[in-house]
Each structure stands twice: as structure tokens, then as C-alpha cells.
Design a protein around this ligand. Structure first.
Ligand SMILES: *Cc1c(COP(=O)(O)O)cnc(C)c1O
Length: 418
């Protein structure tokens, strides 16, 4: 066992995370002791040990997108992956098996203390016929970060990535058939604390599972998405909190405000922070403004990652990088704190160019309005209420990589089991 260096008491969080990482063989050089540390000899997460139990391939027909998204239940593919973990035995062999209910005790940790985290990524059927994931390494690494934040067991993110590939290699050919080029499935990995004991403590049992499902397209709402700023008495995340981790505990409490905004005709909440009213995120998506500065420079601006208030979105990261590479000289890309008052001022001065939300679920979705404390800011869109030019360009860059119109290292091709 690694002896962590003594740290001052104020570094309790850092020390706790270091200790958890030291406990995990997979996080210490992929096999025992390779980096000089004596580490746990418990089995690590290992995708090569996956045990496959196939569903009857004729039992369920693949619905159309419209059918699949019409009801109140998410339609999943034929299979799911589950892997259980215990503090005494480490990670069990992963299982790929028919999709179906999980079995949990009513006393399971997750049901009481929100020991849950998740990821969301998509598999895309390309226009070249290939099946791709988009930057799955980023999702796997982020899930490890979220997992450790809520005291669930660590794992090698490469193994999670391989498990996602296994699920898609089996279910991709049937559920994302070649004749549906331009469509996608939504992949949802999650880890939950399953220990059936009501004591408030780090769970000694956990379950990792992965499903693949349909999800409606949300990137082109009629007339653009409308945002409503959060109610004055509610925030999504706070400095010192866990807004940066994809843990379930961030989402349930935000639904009240979202439902109220929806009933007033808005799509999502624009979450502001602090007395200054810093713009952070739009629902479960990152938020971007395109505006002209007072000096006349066109800027793409988004909230920064420091303070750990916002989620480090894979879409956000990709947009920032591609805008820097491909719109250099045309648009300046700025990650900085900016307030709703700056947005209102830019509106009064006619400097707002466009705005959009970016995330896996909504992809890149144009925003047409922000409502803040009785004031409506109309955001320009393209001609006839269509997507604006910069939003369209950035969406094109990312979409072309996802659907194989551009060969790029971010588009990871899955070998399918036909
Ligand atoms: C998932 C999520 C995002 C988007 O992240 P992507 O990796 O781009 O899907 C943004 N904000 C929040 C709060 C999220 O949960």
C-alpha cells in the first residue's frame, strides 16, 4: 500500500482521492507493482474477461426513431453490460447479457445517499457506413473522476472504453443499421453503490452498467431553444461543491426549476452563479455566446472550468479546440467568467451575434432567446429562424467527424460483429 505523503488538513479532499487511487491496481500502472508501489492484488476491471450471454436476436424488432421516441420509456438495445465490485473481491468478470431490470435491495446505498455517477455519449452510423464513437476516452476518464468523487471504486478508463466498444460491436449492426446513416444511439454508462446497509459510508459494493438506447434529436427545436435564467433562490452548483462531476445528485434537485421554465415555454434553465450573475451552463449543456466586443472583435465566449462549477463537456472542449484551429483570425475564443449584465449590455448595444448550447444530448443547439427577471433578450439566428452562421460552422466541424465525413482521430471506428 502506498503511504500517501502527509498533507495539511485543508487538503482533505486531495488526500482522500489520492488514497483511493493508491488502492486501485488499475490506476497504478495496469499491473501490480510496475511503478514500484506494492498495490492491491484484487482483480481490476478487465474487459477481456467479458462473459457473453446473447439475447434471442429475433425477439425484438428495431423500431423507427419516431416510434422509439414516442413513449415514456427509453427503448434500449438487446444487450447491456454489468460488472459488480466488492471491496473484498475487486471487480468481477464483466457480463454482456440481455437488457433487463437490475436487482437491488431497498437498503442499497444509491437509493438513499445518491452514490451514483454516469456518462453520456453517442454511437454514430456514418455516411461511410462505419460505426463510430466520439472521443470515448474523454467520457471514460471523466467517469473515473466522477466515480472517485462519490467514493465508488476506481478502474482503468481504457477498460471502460473497451466495454462500451464490446456493447456497440454486438448491438451496433442490428440497432444502428447501415441504411440508417446519419442516426445515433445514446450510450449510458453508470456506477452505483449497491451495498445493502443504511450506514452513511462509502459503499463496499458497487455495480457498473452500460446501456445503449434511442434518444430524441434535440438540436433543432422550431425557432431555436429558449432559456430562462434560474430562480433567484436556486443555484445548480457552488464553489466547493460537485458541479464538475457527472453525479446524479446534481440533476434531481434542478428539475423543479426546469419544469417551471418548461411550463412557461422555455427549453432549459440558464444557470447563473453568485451575486454577480455569472453565466455558467444551460441545463445539462455548456453554454456559448458569440458577440462583438465594444472594439468590434467577434468573440466566442464560454464559462471557464476553474472553480469547478461547470461540467467539462466533451462537446464544449471540442468546440473550443476546433474554433481555435479553424476560425482563427475570424473569431477569438475566450474562456472567462462573464455575467448576465454583460449579455444584457451587449443586447442593448446590438452586439450579440449568436448563442448555442453544446452537449452530447442536445448536440449543438441554437438559442433564440434568454429571459432574465422580466427582460427578454432576443438572440439573432440565421435566415428564416434557422441556425446562425457560426453555430452552423461549428456544428458542421463536429458533426462531420462524428459521421465520418471527415476522418479524424476523435472519430473512433468500432469493429462490428456481423
Ligand atoms: C453532460 C453535461 C454536459 C455536456 O457534456 P458533454 O460531454 O458535452 O456531453 C454539460 N453540462 C452538464 C451539467 C452535463 O451534465
Amino acid at each position: 500500500m502506498t503511504v500517501p505523503q502527509k498533507r495539511p488538513a485543508e487538503d482533505l479532499t486531495v488526500t482522500a482521492l489520492d488514497n483511493r487511487i493508491a488502492e486501485e491496481p488499475a490506476l497504478n500502472g495496469h499491473s501490480n507493482g510496475t511503478n514500484g508501489h506494492a498495490v492491491s492484488s484484487l482483480p481490476a476491471l478487465d474487459a477481456s474477461k467479458t462473459v457473453i450471454t446473447r439475447a434471442d436476436p429475433n425477439a425484438r424488432a428495431v423500431p423507427t426513431e419516431a416510434e422509439a421516441n414516442s413513449g415514456n420509456e427509453t427503448i434500449c438495445t438487446d444487450h447491456m453490460i454489468t460488472v459488480s465490485w466488492t471491496v473484498d473481491k475487486g471487480w468481477a468478470n464483466p457480463e454482456l447479457k440481455p437488457y433487463g431490470p437490475l436487482s437491488l435491495m431497498p437498503t442499497a446505498s444509491v437509493l438513499h445517499y445518491a452514490t451514483e455517477c454516469f456518462e453520456g455519449l453517442k454511437a454514430f452510423r456514418g455516411y461511410d457506413g462505419k460505426l463510430r464513437l466520439f472521443r470515448p476516452d474523454c467520457n471514460a476518464e471523466r467517469m473515473l473522476m466522477s466515480t472517485l468523487r462519490i467514493s465508488l471504486p476506481g478502474f482503468d478508463p481504457k477498460e471502460l472504453e473497451k466495454l462500451i466498444e464490446i456493447l456497440m460491436s454486438v448491438d451496433g449492426p442490428k440497432w444502428l443499421p447501415k441504411e440508417r446513416a446519419g442516426s445515433f444511439l445514446y450510450i449510458r454508462p453508470a456506477v452505483i453503490g449497491t451495498q445493502p446497509q443504511l450506514g452513511v459510508q462509502a459503499p463496499k459494493q458497487a455495480l457498473l452498467f452500460i446501456t445503449a438506447s434511442f434518444m430524441p434529436r434535440m438540436d433543432l427545436p422550431e425557432g431555436g431553444m429558449k432559456l430562462h435564467t434560474n430562480p433567484e433562490d436556486m443555484i445548480r452548483a457552488w464553489v466547493g461543491g460537485f458541479g464538475y462531476a457527472k453525479v446524479g445528485a446534481n440533476y434531481g434537485p434542478s428539475l423543479l426549476a426546469t419544469a417551471e421554465a418548461r411550463s412557461r415555454g422555455f427549453g432549459q434553465i440558464l444557470w447563473l452563479y453568485g451575486p454577480e450573475g455569472y453565466c455558467t451552463e444551460a441545463g445539462a449543456s455548456n453554454f456559448f455566446m458569440v458577440w462583438r466586443t465594444k472594439e468590434g472583435q467577434t468573440q466566442l465566449v464560454t464559462a471557464p472550468l476553474d472553480d469547478k462549477l461547470i461540467l467539462d463537456g466533451v462537446t464544449r472542449r471540442s468546440v473550443v479546440q476546433l474554433a481555435r484551429e479553424r476560425l482563427a483570425g475570424e473569431v477569438e475564443v475566450v474562456e472567462r467568467k462573464y455575467t448576465i449584465d454583460e449579455v444584457l449590455e451587449a443586447d442593448r448595444e446590438g452586439r450579440i451575434v449568436e448563442a448555442f448550447a453544446a452537449g452530447t444530448a442536445f448536440f449543438i443547439c441554437p438559442i433564440s432567446q434568454i429571459h432574465h427577471r422580466g427582460v427578454d433578450v432576443k438572440i439573432p439566428m440565421g435566415k428564416e429562424g434557422k441556425i446562425g452562421m457560426y453555430t452552423a460552422k461549428l456544428k458542421g466541424f463536429v458533426g462531420d467527424i462524428m459521421y465520418g465525413n471527415e476522418q479524424h482521430p476523435w472519430g473512433v471506428v468500432i469493429q462490428e460483429q456481423e
